[in-house]
Design a binder for this molecule. Sequence first.
Ligand code: AMP
Length: 192
Amino acid sequence: MTNLILFGPPGSGKGTQADKLKEKYDLLHISTGDLFRFNMKNDTPLGQKAKSYISKGELVPDSVTIDMLRSRVEETPDVQGYIFDGFPRNINQSEHLDKILEKRGSSVTGLLMLEVAEEEIVKRILNRGKTSGRADDNDEGIIRNRFKIYQEETTPVFDYYDKQGKSHKIDGQGSIEEVFERLCTVIDSLKK
Ligand code: AMP
Protein backbone atom coordinates (compact mmCIF):
# COMPACT_ATOMS: atom_id res chain seq x y z
CA MET A 1 0.00 0.00 0.00
CA THR A 2 0.95 3.64 -0.40
CA ASN A 3 -0.27 5.74 2.50
CA LEU A 4 0.35 9.46 2.29
CA ILE A 5 -0.31 12.13 4.88
CA LEU A 6 -0.98 15.45 3.20
CA PHE A 7 0.04 17.92 5.85
CA GLY A 8 0.06 21.69 6.29
CA PRO A 9 -1.93 24.56 7.77
CA PRO A 10 -5.59 25.12 6.93
CA GLY A 11 -5.83 26.68 3.49
CA SER A 12 -2.48 25.33 2.30
CA GLY A 13 -4.12 23.48 -0.61
CA LYS A 14 -4.37 19.97 0.84
CA GLY A 15 -7.87 19.31 -0.50
CA THR A 16 -7.08 20.68 -3.96
CA GLN A 17 -3.89 18.65 -4.24
CA ALA A 18 -5.47 15.50 -2.78
CA ASP A 19 -8.09 15.57 -5.58
CA LYS A 20 -5.32 15.51 -8.18
CA LEU A 21 -3.08 13.03 -6.36
CA LYS A 22 -5.84 10.47 -5.78
CA GLU A 23 -6.40 10.28 -9.56
CA LYS A 24 -2.73 9.99 -10.44
CA TYR A 25 -1.82 7.40 -7.79
CA ASP A 26 -5.21 5.65 -7.47
CA LEU A 27 -5.55 6.27 -3.74
CA LEU A 28 -8.57 6.86 -1.51
CA HIS A 29 -8.75 10.42 -0.18
CA ILE A 30 -9.92 10.67 3.43
CA SER A 31 -10.48 14.20 4.73
CA THR A 32 -11.62 14.29 8.35
CA GLY A 33 -12.85 17.88 7.79
CA ASP A 34 -15.06 16.68 4.90
CA LEU A 35 -16.34 13.76 7.00
CA PHE A 36 -17.29 16.18 9.79
CA ARG A 37 -18.99 18.57 7.36
CA PHE A 38 -20.97 15.69 5.82
CA ASN A 39 -22.14 14.66 9.30
CA MET A 40 -23.03 18.23 10.28
CA LYS A 41 -25.00 18.73 7.07
CA ASN A 42 -26.97 15.56 7.79
CA ASP A 43 -27.30 16.49 11.47
CA THR A 44 -26.04 13.09 12.67
CA PRO A 45 -25.08 12.57 16.35
CA LEU A 46 -21.41 12.74 15.28
CA GLY A 47 -22.07 16.01 13.44
CA GLN A 48 -23.80 17.44 16.49
CA LYS A 49 -20.82 16.53 18.70
CA ALA A 50 -18.30 18.10 16.30
CA LYS A 51 -20.16 21.32 15.53
CA SER A 52 -19.29 23.48 18.54
CA TYR A 53 -15.56 22.74 18.19
CA ILE A 54 -15.45 23.35 14.46
CA SER A 55 -17.32 26.63 14.70
CA LYS A 56 -14.61 27.95 17.06
CA GLY A 57 -11.74 26.58 14.98
CA GLU A 58 -10.76 24.13 17.73
CA LEU A 59 -9.89 20.46 17.32
CA VAL A 60 -12.73 17.97 17.73
CA PRO A 61 -11.84 15.61 20.63
CA ASP A 62 -9.76 12.58 19.72
CA SER A 63 -12.39 10.20 21.12
CA VAL A 64 -14.74 11.27 18.30
CA THR A 65 -12.20 11.87 15.54
CA ILE A 66 -10.15 8.69 15.81
CA ASP A 67 -13.20 6.37 15.81
CA MET A 68 -14.55 8.14 12.74
CA LEU A 69 -11.23 7.75 10.91
CA ARG A 70 -10.86 4.12 11.97
CA SER A 71 -14.36 3.25 10.65
CA ARG A 72 -13.60 4.85 7.29
CA VAL A 73 -10.38 2.84 6.96
CA GLU A 74 -11.99 -0.41 8.10
CA GLU A 75 -14.87 -0.07 5.64
CA THR A 76 -12.46 0.22 2.69
CA PRO A 77 -10.35 -2.97 2.90
CA ASP A 78 -9.58 -3.25 -0.83
CA VAL A 79 -7.91 0.06 -1.62
CA GLN A 80 -4.29 0.37 -2.72
CA GLY A 81 -3.66 3.11 -0.21
CA TYR A 82 -4.87 6.36 1.27
CA ILE A 83 -4.30 10.07 1.21
CA PHE A 84 -4.97 11.32 4.73
CA ASP A 85 -5.92 15.01 4.65
CA GLY A 86 -6.39 16.84 7.95
CA PHE A 87 -5.47 13.77 9.97
CA PRO A 88 -3.46 13.18 12.12
CA ARG A 89 -3.54 16.57 13.86
CA ASN A 90 -1.71 15.63 17.07
CA ILE A 91 0.65 12.94 18.35
CA ASN A 92 -2.09 10.79 19.86
CA GLN A 93 -3.86 10.65 16.48
CA SER A 94 -0.53 9.76 14.82
CA GLU A 95 0.00 6.84 17.18
CA HIS A 96 -3.51 5.60 16.48
CA LEU A 97 -3.05 5.94 12.73
CA ASP A 98 0.09 3.83 12.94
CA LYS A 99 -1.86 1.13 14.81
CA ILE A 100 -4.81 1.25 12.40
CA LEU A 101 -2.46 0.77 9.43
CA GLU A 102 -0.44 -1.88 11.25
CA LYS A 103 -3.63 -3.95 11.54
CA ARG A 104 -3.67 -3.88 7.73
CA GLY A 105 -0.02 -4.99 7.66
CA SER A 106 0.90 -1.53 6.45
CA SER A 107 2.30 1.83 7.57
CA VAL A 108 2.64 5.49 6.61
CA THR A 109 4.72 5.77 3.44
CA GLY A 110 5.39 9.50 3.70
CA LEU A 111 4.22 12.79 5.14
CA LEU A 112 4.18 15.77 2.77
CA MET A 113 4.03 19.17 4.41
CA LEU A 114 2.83 22.10 2.30
CA GLU A 115 4.47 25.25 3.63
CA VAL A 116 2.49 28.47 3.27
CA ALA A 117 2.96 31.69 5.29
CA GLU A 118 0.25 32.83 7.71
CA GLU A 119 -0.70 36.02 5.84
CA GLU A 120 -1.13 34.08 2.60
CA ILE A 121 -3.27 31.52 4.50
CA VAL A 122 -5.60 34.18 5.89
CA LYS A 123 -6.00 35.71 2.40
CA ARG A 124 -6.66 32.34 0.77
CA ILE A 125 -9.22 31.18 3.35
CA LEU A 126 -11.15 34.48 3.37
CA ASN A 127 -11.29 34.18 -0.40
CA ARG A 128 -12.44 30.54 -0.21
CA GLY A 129 -15.05 31.63 2.36
CA LYS A 130 -16.88 33.64 -0.32
CA THR A 131 -17.97 30.36 -1.92
CA SER A 132 -17.29 27.50 0.52
CA GLY A 133 -20.32 28.16 2.71
CA ARG A 134 -18.11 27.36 5.73
CA ALA A 135 -18.66 29.56 8.78
CA ASP A 136 -15.08 28.81 9.91
CA ASP A 137 -13.77 30.31 6.63
CA ASN A 138 -15.46 33.68 7.09
CA ASP A 139 -14.05 35.08 10.30
CA GLU A 140 -10.45 36.24 10.48
CA GLY A 141 -10.27 35.57 14.23
CA ILE A 142 -11.34 31.94 13.76
CA ILE A 143 -8.93 31.50 10.84
CA ARG A 144 -6.03 32.82 12.92
CA ASN A 145 -7.07 30.51 15.78
CA ARG A 146 -7.00 27.53 13.38
CA PHE A 147 -3.49 28.56 12.30
CA LYS A 148 -2.36 28.91 15.95
CA ILE A 149 -3.71 25.47 16.83
CA TYR A 150 -1.95 24.06 13.78
CA GLN A 151 1.36 25.52 14.97
CA GLU A 152 0.94 24.50 18.59
CA GLU A 153 -0.76 21.11 18.42
CA THR A 154 -0.31 19.82 14.89
CA THR A 155 3.27 20.62 13.82
CA PRO A 156 4.70 18.04 16.31
CA VAL A 157 3.22 15.42 13.95
CA PHE A 158 5.86 16.48 11.40
CA ASP A 159 8.63 15.68 13.91
CA TYR A 160 6.96 12.42 14.90
CA TYR A 161 7.22 11.10 11.32
CA ASP A 162 10.53 12.87 10.72
CA LYS A 163 12.06 10.62 13.38
CA GLN A 164 10.95 7.71 11.19
CA GLY A 165 12.61 9.39 8.17
CA LYS A 166 9.24 9.94 6.50
CA SER A 167 8.60 13.72 6.61
CA HIS A 168 9.12 16.05 3.65
CA LYS A 169 8.65 19.81 3.26
CA ILE A 170 7.21 21.21 0.06
CA ASP A 171 6.84 24.85 -0.96
CA GLY A 172 3.05 25.30 -1.04
CA GLN A 173 3.15 28.71 -2.73
CA GLY A 174 2.81 29.04 -6.49
CA SER A 175 0.28 27.68 -8.96
CA ILE A 176 -1.74 24.50 -8.33
CA GLU A 177 0.24 22.79 -11.12
CA GLU A 178 3.61 23.88 -9.73
CA VAL A 179 2.79 22.57 -6.25
CA PHE A 180 1.39 19.34 -7.76
CA GLU A 181 4.65 18.75 -9.66
CA ARG A 182 6.67 19.28 -6.49
CA LEU A 183 4.50 16.78 -4.62
CA CYS A 184 4.75 14.17 -7.37
CA THR A 185 8.55 14.46 -7.43
CA VAL A 186 8.69 13.66 -3.72
CA ILE A 187 6.06 10.90 -3.89
CA ASP A 188 7.89 9.20 -6.77
CA SER A 189 11.05 9.18 -4.66
CA LEU A 190 9.43 7.52 -1.62
CA LYS A 191 10.28 3.95 -0.71
CA LYS A 192 7.09 1.99 -1.23
P1 AMP B 1 -10.32 21.03 7.76
O1 AMP B 1 -11.34 20.89 6.70
O2 AMP B 1 -9.27 19.94 7.71
O3 AMP B 1 -9.71 22.41 7.85
O4 AMP B 1 -11.08 20.79 9.15
C1 AMP B 1 -12.12 21.66 9.58
C2 AMP B 1 -12.30 21.52 11.08
O5 AMP B 1 -12.67 20.17 11.41
C3 AMP B 1 -11.05 21.78 11.91
O6 AMP B 1 -10.85 23.17 12.17
C4 AMP B 1 -11.35 20.99 13.17
O7 AMP B 1 -12.27 21.69 13.99
C5 AMP B 1 -12.07 19.76 12.62
N1 AMP B 1 -11.12 18.65 12.32
C6 AMP B 1 -10.79 18.15 11.10
N2 AMP B 1 -9.90 17.15 11.21
C7 AMP B 1 -9.64 17.01 12.54
C8 AMP B 1 -8.77 16.19 13.29
N3 AMP B 1 -7.97 15.28 12.69
N4 AMP B 1 -8.78 16.32 14.64
C9 AMP B 1 -9.58 17.21 15.25
N5 AMP B 1 -10.40 18.05 14.61
C10 AMP B 1 -10.43 17.97 13.25
